[in-house]
Every structure is written in structure tokens, then in C-alpha cells.
Design a protein around this ligand. Structure first.
Ligand SMILES: Nc1ncnc2c1ncn2[C@@H]1O[C@H](COP(=O)(O)OP(=O)(O)O)[C@@H](O)[C@H]1O
Ligand SMILES: [Mg+2]
Length: 263
């Protein structure tokens, strides 16, 4: 692979997001010709990260009947390795397409999120997650920072950042990973299921309800049930079933989509 075919234009301005449980030490760079590049220290590198989105995309290309699906998961175009001149560390660079897209976190920062928009956001996030689950991939870090807005009306999102993702469920997770505020309770017990992504999505839904983002409680949102008070009972019921602690009783992603479409 030709190491020098990309020219680094600038360091991507880092957004102020929620702290990840395990820092990936990733850096984002913008490249010429509409590409974005993520740099990961190879010691912490999970080869999964570029393989899993490709796997999901292959499945979409083969099976999906919805033309929007092909834009719902990030596509990696290339990767290459480079040694740091100062620290002799090896870095992996993952290259993907960048179309000046804003991430969902920055997009909604100054928006007042009314119920209709909340439903549209959660539904579109759920469609992206469904594509992962159909390909047996658990994303493991569902939050607004990890979606980019590719179209505003109707809202179309793309799921990015497969840094913590894994193939299939397990009861023996090596590391607790994800983002504190949204993490499912079973992850703390080192178990992870497809429904762990649903819990995070439910937590995001509750987070989107808060008027002031600075009011976010430090602990897990699911205990803050009063945060749900501003939505209609049927929506409240869906969200409550997403942040259900008991995995068996929690909705799966297909049920979430079905229920949201019936609101
Ligand atoms: N393809 C992309 N298009 C637009 N913005 C992106 C893209 N990839 C990453 N970003 C921006 O960079 C941020 C960090 O990227 P991400 O892959 O989530 O890395 P990290 O592991 O640091 O969370 C994202 O929240 C988003 O704002
Ligand atoms: Mg991220």
C-alpha cells in the first residue's frame, strides 16, 4: 500500500464529547480530496475496527432493499501504517470518505428537540444499529458523537467509530468498554448482547430530552426516570423498555423500530 498517497490537510477539530471508558487515543485528520483519516496506536489496535463495517456493508450491498441503507454505515476506503518519528511507535491510519458532515452531537447542540424530532432521531439511529445486528455486529459505543448527519430532511444518519465493536455476543468480555453515561449494566459484568446497543440508544433518548446538556447526571441515565416526563406515554413506554436492566425483558432493535413506526 502506498504510504504517501494522502496529504494531511489539518487536524480535525476535536469535539467535546462524552468521555470513553477506555481512551482509544485515536486522532482524526482531514485529508485532501474529501477523505478523513483516523490514527490509532497499533498497540491498542483492534483489527475489528476496519473489518466489521466492511462486513456490514457487504451484507447491505447483497441483501438490503432500502437504498438509504448503503449510506448508513461508514465505509473504509483504505488503511496504512506509519512509524512516529519521535516515539518510534507504530500507527495505523484508517481512511474513510468525509463529506463535510457534522456529527449528530454537534448538529443537535443548539436545537430544541421536540418530540417529533426525538422520534425521528431515535428511529434513524435504530435503523443504523439494525444493520449492524443483522450482520451479527454489536457496535458497543452508541452515542450521538458516533453518528454523522448526512441529510437533514428527512434525517439520514451514518454510524461511525467501530473502535469497540465486536462480532457476536459474549459472557466473557475482556474489557469494559463504551461511554459511561450510556453503557448497559451487563457490560459492567463483562457480558455483552445485541440488546446492549439498545440500552445505550434508550439512554441517548433520555439524554436528548434534557433541556440543558450541562444537566446530565453523572451516573447512568436509566435511574433518572423522571427525565421521561415530557414525552407521550407510548413513547415513554418504548424508552423505558429500551433501558430495561433485565436483558431478557429489554426490547430488541427490531421491536424498537416496529414500535416507533406505530406511534
Ligand atoms: N467520516 C466522518 N465524517 C465526519 N466526521 C467524522 C467522520 N469520522 C469521524 N468524524 C468526527 O470525528 C469524531 C471522532 O471520530 P471517531 O471515529 O468517533 O473517533 P473516537 O474513537 O475518537 O471517538 C466524531 O465524533 C466526528 O465528529
Ligand atoms: Mg467516537
Amino acid at each position: 500500500m502506498d504510504k504517501y498517497k494522502y496529504t494531511f490537510v489539518s487536524r480535525f477539530e476535536y469535539i467535546k464529547g462524552n468521555e470513553s471508558m477506555v481512551a482509544t487515543q485515536a486522532r482524526i485528520f482531514v485529508l485532501e480530496d474529501g477523505y478523513i483519516c483516523k490514527r490509532i496506536n497499533s498497540v491498542r489496535f483492534q483489527p475489528n475496527e476496519y473489518l466489521l463495517p466492511n462486513k456490514i456493508n457487504k451484507r447491505i450491498d447483497k441483501k438490503s432493499t432500502d437504498p438509504d441503507d448503503k449510506n448508513r454505515i461508514i465505509r473504509f476506503v483504505d488503511y496504512f501504517e506509519r512509524k512516529s518519528t519521535f516515539f518510534k511507535e507504530k500507527y495505523i491510519y484508517l481512511v474513510s470518505k468525509y463529506n463535510d458532515e457534522k456529527d449528530l452531537h454537534s448538529y443537535i447542540e443548539h436545537l430544541k428537540i421536540k418530540e417529533e424530532l426525538l422520534i425521528e432521531i431515535i428511529l434513524e439511529m435504530a435503523r443504523c444499529i439494525r444493520l449492524c445486528h443483522e450482520a451479527k455486529v454489536i457496535h458497543m459505543d452508541i452515542k450521538t458523537e458516533n453518528f454523522v448527519v448526512i441529510q437533514e430532511k428527512p434525517l439520514r444518519l451514518k454510524l461511525i467509530d467501530f473502535g469497540f465493536s465486536r462480532y457476536g455476543e459474549t459472557k466473557k468480555l475482556k474489557n469494559v468498554c463504551g461511554t459511561k453515561l450510556f453503557i448497559a449494566p451487563e457490560i459492567i459484568r463483562k457480558e455483552c448482547y445485541f440488546k446492549s446497543d439498545v440500552f445505550s440508544l434508550g439512554s441517548v433518548a433520555m439524554f436528548l430530552q434534557l433541556d440543558n446538556f450541562n444537566d446530565i447526571p453523572k451516573e447512568n441515565l436509566s435511574i433518572e426516570v423522571q427525565g421521561l416526563r415530557r414525552c407521550r406515554p407510548a413513547l415513554k413506554e418504548i424508552i423505558r423498555n429500551m433501558v430495561e436492566f433485565e436483558v431478557d425483558r429489554r426490547y430488541d432493535i427490531h421491536t424498537v423500530i416496529k414500535k416507533l413506526l406505530h406511534l
